[in-house]
Design a protein around this ligand. Structure first.
Ligand SMILES: *Cc1c(COP(=O)(O)O)cnc(C)c1O
Length: 371
């Protein structure tokens, strides 16, 4: 192949609003870098955009998930049903909280299937944890109904889905919502997380767990942790929350342009959004199926060679990684749709820093790679 003459297009790029610099400087000059007024402002801002009454900022998306599960007071042997087609933190959080993970299959839209999840409910099931993968809300209507039937809590892994909506409600408002502020996510503070809940008691417990179980100085109510976010980090994220609608609109416009350009290619399935859901396009993920003229890995390699960043999220199901084999708290459930997805998916650049020319080039390179 010839050497690309144009710059390569990265799969993700961090775009920080200019206001972030002044806010970070303000924190630096204040001399108070740890959790304080900027964290409180970030929580208030995210509560306003999601319409969820309580937001608790924590140190990462993983600790958000762990804290959410700990707030439920899980006992050893309690089960959490989730998807095996996710980032490993989904599973690690369940294990860290002391619970047992069970895996149900996904739908063609990549998200956990509520009917498949319901089939795994036992008397030990305490929570169901759908993942809003790539920024697409899972079927929260189905999960809400299922949770009511079996007295379960819905813990939403919304790490990739800031501002996504199911019907007229934001993700994170259906149970306990767990968001990540990691460096590549739609809103970032480098590292960080946010937990959302409408339940006063859960919010109270989350705040205790975050800060050593301490209600007021040296009055400890429960054994806790240090899950705190710093004001320095909150200052980075805060202006992005204010611009979340704009950030999401750019991602959606980019996704729309890719979908229009990629129509009608043999064996290529572009992402679709079920009615009533708002996708926030953390990733734009296509499927290279058996009907395509080349295999998925060759396709991805051709993109890389042509300078188009791409990623495979995720190449293997969580419970198929050897380090979990034989783990007494990791289910060995069969999930054939998820297993097929793991062999077909490729994510393409969709981030807000892409120019129109970049998108045209992604389309051109994808079309060429499939012919
Ligand atoms: C990023 C991510 C997490 C973990 O978030 P961190 O901030 O990296 O700890 C959890 N679940 C999913 C689906 C993620 O994409």
């Amino acid at each position: 192949m010839s050497v690309p003459t144009t710059r390569s297009i990265p799969l993700s790029a961090v775009v920080l609003p200019p206001e972030a610099e002044a806010l970070v400087l303000e924190v630096l000059r204040s001399g108070m870098l740890a959790q304080g007024s900027k964290v409180a402002a970030l929580e208030a801002a995210f509560a306003a955009v999601t319409g969820v009454p309580h937001v608790v900022a924590v140190s990462s998306g993983t600790t958000a998930l762990v804290a959410a599960l700990q707030a439920l007071g899980l006992q050893p042997g309690d089960e959490v049903i989730t998807t095996p087609f996710s980032f490993v933190a989904t599973l690690n959080a369940i294990l860290e909280a002391g619970a047992t993970a069970r895996f149900a299959d996904v739908r063609e839209d990549f998200t956990l299937d509520p009917e498949a999840a319901e089939a795994l409910v036992t008397e030990r099931t305490r929570a169901v944890m759908p993942v809003h993968l790539y920024g697409l809300p899972a079927d929260l209507g189905g999960f809400t109904a299922m949770a009511e039937r079996h007295s379960l809590t819905v813990v939403e892994d919304a790490a990739q889905a800031h501002g996504a909506r199911f019907g007229d409600r934001a993700v994170g408002s259906f149970g306990i919502g767990c968001f990540s502020l990691y460096g590549t996510k739609n809103i970032t503070s480098g590292e960080g997380g946010l937990v959302t809940t409408s339940d006063d008691a859960v919010a109270d417990r989350l705040r205790l767990l975050r800060n050593q179980g301490m209600r007021e100085r040296y009055r400890y109510e429960i054994p806790g942790h240090n899950y705190r976010l710093s004001d320095l980090q909150a200052a980075v994220a805060l202006p992005q929350v204010a611009r979340l609608a704009e950030i999401t609109a750019r991602r959606a416009a980019n996704a729309h342009r890719l979908t229009a350009g990629l129509a009608g290619l043999p064996g290529l399935v572009v992402p679709t959004v079920p009615p009533g859901r708002t996708h926030v396009w953390h990733q734009y993920t296509v499927r290279v199926t058996g009907a395509a003229p080349v295999g998925r890995d060759t396709f991805a390699q051709r993109l890389t060679e042509a300078g188009v960043g791409n990623g495979i999220y995720y190449p293997k199901l969580l419970h198929h990684h050897p380090c979990y084999a034989g783990h007494p708290r990791v289910g060995t459930d069969s999930t054939p749709v998820a297993a097929r997805m793991a062999t077909e998916v490729v994510s393409l650049p969709v981030h807000p820093a892409l120019a129109g020319d970049d998108l045209d080039r992604v389309v051109e390179v994808v079309r060429a790679a499939l012919t």
